[in-house]
Design a protein. Structure first.
Length: 487
């Protein structure tokens, strides 16, 4: 990277500014979301926090790693902290670590843009737009995998390119460690390991190629061997990534799990905590009934959700049966029996749908899931108070965040397609790494796994934003050049 670059010369100031602004975003989300009963003073507990931390608490108490569904990407650093600190302090230090990495990554993303474009104006544009964006960093105070995932993606790409530029093994090792951590945070990222190896050897000739490959691969392989051995000893199963499949077994056994599996068949939105989602119509909801009358106001299943073998009336009866579970007077035995019948009905309808509507099931459902996950304004999880009740500055904040999201996944999507199409012309590993990560992380959940949580668009957001900004500057420069030629 050019030493004469204005952007690169001001690295320290830019990192400090990144830390300051990211700290403001963290304080904002803490003030909006944190519950007083949460351990510590900073951390925010999510629906997944227990699944990440409880296994480590169980081990420390002399028990087994349980619940064992999740890989220890979040739990491992927490376990290290718990050797010294109490629960609340350990969680708070996790928040501080997430904040430090997030602040650093604002600069690293700008440096990535500079390395690709060679332009200070592009680097500063990426830096400042990512700086003011809270979309990818709204999770910096949450005990979950999202903040670390965003940071490790950026760190991995930056150090991969720096290692190639300098032919330095230590940089490759940092990239390998970042990728290994990412895989333990989000197991689907295992696909990125061969991609990083390919890029390392496509853009550099290493004097010791086996050592270079080991620097990238061993940071994942070695701990994963230990993890796989642990799973074999505990369960007698070969599980190099997650245990229990795509979802934890306790969730799969619930009505929510069976309802979700049915909705996935036709591409319905199964997000039960989102008012108005398809799942709400079936009587599966989260929060008070005042949110949307327990889903009765949610949209009814579309016509393509109905096939021969069950009718719309069948689904109405099923939804009313689910709602009846929450009514008083039902004994525990009767409730369990009813849950069993409901689950069996969802399973039967799912099998019928797969048989009667194969094209919908195999193809269109995945495209609908893609729409479910992308079609958002980017602020659904940011400041949950109704928009009309917010002060003007928070309204402006949400509008800006929404504009950044829409720009990123409209202009950015076009730019990603163009960049990916021309991948053979890439001069740096980053010109392949960025669009591949965006395409893969965008498609793997809705298209590959039929999953559509809004936060699945968070992890690739910085790269999509970067590509969109670089694409926009190229268009602007071409337009200016034509204007000069015609003048």
């Amino acid at each position: 990277m050019a030493a004469s670059s204005h952007f690169l010369r001001h690295r320290t100031r830019l990192i400090l500014l990144g830390l300051f602004v990211r700290g403001l975003w963290a304080l904002l989300v803490i003030s909006e979301v944190r519950k007083p009963e949460t351990p510590g003073r900073l951390s925010i507990e999510t629906g997944d926090t227990v699944g990440y931390l409880q296994p480590m608490e169980s081990v420390m108490a002399g028990g087994s790693y349980s619940p064992e569904y999740r890989m220890p990407g979040v739990g491992a650093p927490y376990w290290v902290l718990r050797q010294v600190f109490d629960i609340g302090t350990s969680r708070d230090i996790m928040v501080v670590l997430q904040w430090l990495l997030a602040g650093l990554c604002v600069y690293l993303l700008g440096a990535i843009a500079h390395r690709i474009s060679g332009s200070d104006k592009v680097a500063y544009s990426v830096y400042f737009l990512f700086l003011i964006s809270a979309y990818a960093n709204w999770y910096d105070a949450s005990i979950s995998s999202d903040s670390f995932s965003v940071s490790t993606l950026i760190i991995g790409g930056y150090f991969l390119q720096r290692g190639i530029d300098r032919l330095r093994m230590t940089d490759l090792l940092v990239a390998g460690i970042a990728l290994a951590w990412l895989i333990f945070l989000r197991p689907v990222s295992i696909v990125l390991l061969p991609v990083m190896l390919f890029l390392a050897f496509r853009f550099a000739s290493w004097p010791r190629p086996f050592v270079a490959a080991a620097c990238i691969a061993l940071p994942f392989i070695l701990p994963d061997i230990a993890w796989t051995w642990r799973n074999w000893r505990a369960n007698g199963t070969f599980s190099p990534l997650t245990n229990q499949g795509l979802l934890p077994s306790d969730f799969v056994d619930e009505v929510r799990g069976h309802a979700m599996a049915f909705l996935q068949c036709y591409g319905g939105n199964y997000i039960w905590w989102a008012p108005g989602s398809d799942m709400r119509w079936y009587g599966v909801w989260k929060g008070g009934p005042d949110l949307d009358d327990e889903g009765r106001l949610a949209k009814a299943p579309p016509d393509y959700a109905i096939v021969e073998g069950y009718s719309r009336d069948s689904l109405i009866i099923l939804s009313e049966t689910i709602r009846a579970l929450s009514r008083p007077g039902l004994s525990s035995a009767d409730s369990l029996a009813q849950v069993k019948r409901i689950n069996a009905t969802f399973d039967r309808y799912a099998m019928i749908y797969q048989r009667e509507a194969p094209f919908n099931y195999h193809v269109l459902s995945r495209l609908r899931m893609l729409k479910n996950v992308i079609w958002q304004h980017g602020t659904e999880g940011i400041i949950l108070r109704p928009f009309h009740t917010l002060p003007w500055w928070l309204k402006a904040f949400k509008v800006i965040q929404s504009m950044l999201y829409i720009f990123t996944y409209t202009v950015g999507s076009i730019a990603v397609v163009v960049t990916a199409w021309n991948w053979r012309k890439a001069r740096t590993s980053l010109e392949i790494w960025l669009p591949f990560v965006v395409v893969f992380m965008t498609l793997v959940y809705p298209v590959g796994l039929r999953m559509c949580e809004w936060r699945y668009m968070v992890h690739q957001f910085p790269f999509a934003l970067t590509i969109g900004i670089m694409f926009s500057w190229r268009l602007i420069d071409r337009f200016r050049s034509k204007q000069v030629q015609t003048a």
